[in-house]
Design a protein around this ligand. Sequence first.
Ligand SMILES: Cc1ncc(COP(=O)(O)O)c(C=O)c1O
Length: 481
Amino acid sequence: MAKTIFEIQSEGRKGYTLPKNDVKINNCIPKKFQRAQDIKLPQVSELDVMRHFIELSQMNHCIEKGFYPLGSCTMKYNPKLNETLARNSAFNDLHPFQSENTTQGALEIMYELQNDLAEISGFADVTLQPVAGAHGEFTGLKVIKAYHEANGNSHKNKIILPDSAHGTNPASVILAGFKVVEIKSNNKGLVDIEDLKVHVDENTAGFMLTNPNTLGLFETQIDEIAEIIHSVDGLMYMDGANFNAIMGIVKPGEIGFDIMHFNLHKTFATPHGGGGPGSGPIGVREDLVKFLPAPMINKKDDKYFLDYSHEDTSLGKVHPFFGNFAVNFRAYIYIKMLGAEGLERVSENAVINANYIQKKLEKYYDIPFKDQYCMHEFVASGVWQKEKYDIKTLDIAKRILDKGYHAPTIYFPLIVHEAMMIEPTETESKETLDEFINAMIEIAKECEENPELLKNAPLNTPVKRVDDTLAVRQLNVKFEL
Ligand SMILES: Cc1ncc(COP(=O)(O)O)c(C=O)c1O
């Protein structure tokens, strides 16, 4: 473990040179607000501080340090040029209350991004306001609510989703004021149409489907599902968080979906938002545009403006101002740099990379749906290792850390026992994929030859095996001197 900065300090050591204080504190700060004792700061040199923080930064894993196959999270590399441009003060120093005359460039970027996302997804229009994927889900579900209420169908209170759904889906359904109805996946890992038919009725407000789904499989029965849902005037919602697999290849708005959210961080290389400071735009079909949060960005006579014209029908704002501009800006650059062909290549490579690993590992790990091609990710399972050697998937994941990688997502999706969800993304070379494959094969052999090694892993990381249960029960995140 690295030492804390207080443990490396030495009495009297300094890391700064400040001019002598010539402010008469007594004249400007009332006595009662003045500090009675000196603050306890670490006494360290500038070099001590640099070494300390560099050491800490290297204890964490990041995509710049190594392969990060965390399924469902799409840890794709964020091009540094986009970061540099997004920090440009011409955009960074804008204030959202500035007049439109002085923000034409920023408005143009938002307008173009709305249109590009609409074009890529096949929807009539897009709002950039939601600030995370789950926030997009919530906004989309509120659009569904507004649609049914406008049609006098307030009784429609059920959203149907499959048991493979991402955890945020049912949570958003509840937050938006609907009931969750879960249906089964069939033995191919896709929506079980017969089970869907049993649950659809006149109270069905909509169907929510992740496509590709969380098993890494493309849901092929959209036509049939859309027909069933539309026959009761329900709306088809697509969780488009996994859009990285189908960009430039499938337009969800043209195959039966009515609403979709994007996860810009999972598709258009913006930083991961940790549930908030990201971006989750939604696209909708023509007759639903009037329900989107106001304002939209529009253009008249070569001038861009904030368009509040649908405010009467809009479901209201879901975020202050116009969404996370700096995040959206990065996505705009990504799209413009790659163009239509480039985006398609991204998806093709993401899918090829995942299939390559899946194929190479199928002899060593159980892969429940290996008779189908996967999309940008696949789900392997540690059941063979559990049954034969009493090794849990958690042990395998910890051993992967020893090999210098971030572990895949484990125990999700819930419908696969001992799940390991592997998503390489398009940015990795064949050499990196091969090294990872070899490491996974080595681990499979270690399970057989030296199971104790796995049970004690990780051995090479700064923090060794932690007691997860104790950490949850006695959570203590405060450092005390
Ligand atoms: C399929 C799916 N849906 C929804 C989400 C939620 O997105 P966010 O974390 O941006 O809220 C994710 C996140 O990874 C996801 O993978």
